[in-house]
Design a protein around this ligand. Sequence first.
Ligand code: GSH
Length: 226
Amino acid sequence: MINSAPCPVLYSFRRCPYAMRARLALLASGQRCELREVVLRDKPAALLAVSSKATVPVLVTPEGQVIEQSLEIMLWTLRQNDPLAWLGEGESLLAPSLGLIQRCDGDFKHHLDRYKYPHRYDLPDGLAHRTLACEFLNDLNTRIQANGQLLRQTPCLADMAIAPFVRQFAHTDPGWFAAQPLSALQAWLIEFEASALFLRAMPKFAPWEPEQAPVIFPDNNLLSIR
Ligand SMILES: N[C@@H](CCC(=O)N[C@@H](CS)C(=O)NCC(=O)O)C(=O)O
């Protein structure tokens, strides 16, 4: 059956870890949207018109609500449909997830940016920040060793919001990352990158042009993804 309900619009950028977490949650909840791929150095006027902040992702609901934070997009869609129980029974995983996500988006992201792009911060290299970022990664590794995933045996909000950032860290120097004593975290990341959910979140889209036909994401709903 063709679903002709009006879609929210998602302004996205494939490689942005914030946009990735939003797409992962939209996929998990089976929420179709019109995806508009943004080129960050040439943001479309339609994005600037709805969001002066103009970071991606931005989601505009059919009712015209503008959601400008990736985590809020995750919660918006999961609160409507959460078949994989990423929020936990009675949202029991929400508070512990938010605690970890706050550390990811705060200190860890701060060190990740300086490790990955030291020249942007007038640093000769990013090695001190790599060491500092590992404090968070060590904690994640311990949690995965104990639980299987970050908070339980199966992925939840915390895993899916944080994995795109750990991926970015790992890809900065894959050889170095693979040599660290973080075997649980390394296996968790490999599993994430091989998952059907991640692969479905990562197709390539041409930059959006206002005149083009809408691109629907995902192209069909797959609720059995894990
Ligand atoms: N707090 C925002 C951060 C989003 C963000 O910073 N996205 C980056 C791309 S990864 C961006 O749009 N930067 C604006 C720019 O580069 O002009 C969220 O969670 O959605």
